[in-house]
Design a protein around this ligand. Structure first.
Ligand code: S3P
Length: 172
């Protein structure tokens, strides 16, 4: 099966890719898919468990394959795990796709993800870890994005509306 997603969502963990992605899919009348969910379903364990059991490099290899597969199979809205853009092949694969980068600032990030133990990369010192993470990743998100929507102080519904407008997507 060969398909092209209507839009691919990228951005840091906790920014609302799943919530906004599902709202976007509803408004566009298409399906929603999330590579984190694909990985959990295929592996039969949580992302945190994969990190703990096997370490980040193994997770990234699993993630890379999951992204390749989803990009080739899914014709609706697709959300990628926050770190998937660290891989150069994945970034190259995103060229030519409609890619929406959902962004947020550090205080918003700590508010949304700070105490969430399911997010292994922010478990110890959320504010510092967040800053370091974004310093390493911001330019990569920008590199793959064809549109950027800031989520700070916006509800998921507002973000969805701004996204539809800036991507010039027609509703179902
Ligand atoms: C990660 C983001 C998570 C998940 C994993 C690593 C990251 O996905 O893939 O915990 O490196 O930013 P979400 O962005 O969907 O939370």
């Amino acid at each position: 099966m060969s398909a092209v997603p209507v839009v691919v969502l990228v951005g840091p963990m906790g920014v609302g890719k799943s919530t906004v992605g599902q709202l976007l899919a509803e408004r566009l009348g298409v399906g929603y898919r999330d590579t984190d969910e694909d990985i959990v379903a295929a592996e039969g364990r949580t992302i945190a468990e994969i990190f703990v059991d096997e370490g980040e490099p193994v997770f990234r290899a699993i993630e890379k394959r999951a992204v390749q597969r989803a990009l080739a199979e899914h014709d609706g809205v697709l959300s990628l795990g926050g770190g998937s853009i660290l891989d150069a092949d994945t970034r190259a694969l995103l060229a030519g796709h409609r890619v929406l980068y959902l962004s947020m600032d550090v205080e918003e990030a700590v508010k949304r993800t700070g105490l969430n133990a399911a997010r292994p990369l922010l478990a110890v010192n959320p504010r510092k870890q967040w800053r370091e993470l974004m310093e390493a990743r911001r330019s990569l998100y920008e590199e793959v994005a064809t549109a950027v929507v800031a989520t700070d102080s916006r509800t998921p519904e507002e973000v969805t509306q701004v996204a539809l407008d800036s991507l010039e997507l027609k509703e179902a």
